[in-house]
Design a protein around this ligand. Structure first.
Ligand code: 6PG
Length: 244
């Protein structure tokens, strides 16, 4: 694993840097393998990145879009990560619906929807039951408690070693999420973290020693590249010079 940490002066700079990085990784994947698989983060941080990517002129027919986690709500619910990405990005570009792979949330049973998504991943990636599909890019955010995707502190999903997709939970509310082994199979994981409220958790995630059950982002160590793009407020206690 190659870990790169960049602290940007502010959130606008962080988003601009992430846009350059994501476009570069997409183009590299297409050049190498003829297509690109990218899993999107939810939450609020990545929304301006998605809005910026909607302005890019990319071969959308060669790009397959997935989600790293989803709240267990209908696709038109205001909390839906799918809805956010569609409104910010996907509804604004020419991309076939067959290239968009949302996490299903309508079986009224999170376990069934998680199994369906895993089956879809394995089909799209032509992966055997024993393999974890290898994503080209996985975008992640981090909560102020150190969670990422829907891998929340001290939840059983943190220990999932066989499934690629599982049911997590936030305060008892079900969520569907990539598991740690699926995340760590990626060629490139890119964390986007902004805001002073993330400072303390980031310090714990970056510490040489720490408890990954309490700070689950510590569990993310992909086989490929691990990028952390932080704004100055989030990265204030991380000993890395500000990137210009
Ligand atoms: C979600 C995300 C979650 C998010 C973090 C950070 O479904 O909410 O996947 O892991 O990335 O909570 O959220 P913010 O970007 O809003 O701070």
């Amino acid at each position: 694993m190659k870990k790169i940490v960049e602290v940007l002066a502010d959130k606008v700079s962080l988003i601009e840097r992430s846009q350059v990085l994501v476009v570069d990784k997409i183009q590299s994947a297409i050049a190498s393998r003829g297509q690109c698989s990218i899993a999107l983060a939810g939450g609020s941080t990545p929304k301006p990145l998605y809005e910026a990517l909607a302005q890019e002129n990319l071969p959308w027919d060669k790009i397959h879009i997935f989600w790293g986690d989803e709240r267990y709500v209908a696709p038109n619910h205001p909390d839906s990560n799918q809805l956010m990405a569609r409104q910010a990005w996907l509804d604004k570009i020419e991309i076939a619906e067959t290239n968009i792979h949302p996490i299903p949330t309508e079986a009224n049973n999170p376990e069934i929807d998680a199994q369906s998504y895993e089956a879809e991943l394995r089909k799209v990636f032509a992966a055997s039951p024993e393999e974890f599909p290898t994503f080209d890019i996985i975008l992640l955010g981090m909560g102020d408690d150190g969670h990422t995707a829907s891998l929340f502190p001290h939840t059983s999903v943190l220990n999932e070693a066989k499934k690629a997709i599982a049911v997590g939970n936030k305060d008892g509310q079900p969520r569907i999420t990539f598991t740690v082994p699926l995340l760590n199979q990626a060629r490139c994981v890119l964390f986007l973290v902004a805001g002073a409220n993330k400072q303390a958790a980031l310090e714990q995630v970056f510490a040489a020693q720490g408890d990954a059950m309490t700070y689950p982002s510590r569990l993310i160590n992909p086989q490929g590249e691990l990028w952390w793009l932080l704004d100055r407020n989030a990265g204030a206690k991380i000993n890395v010079p500000i990137s210009c």
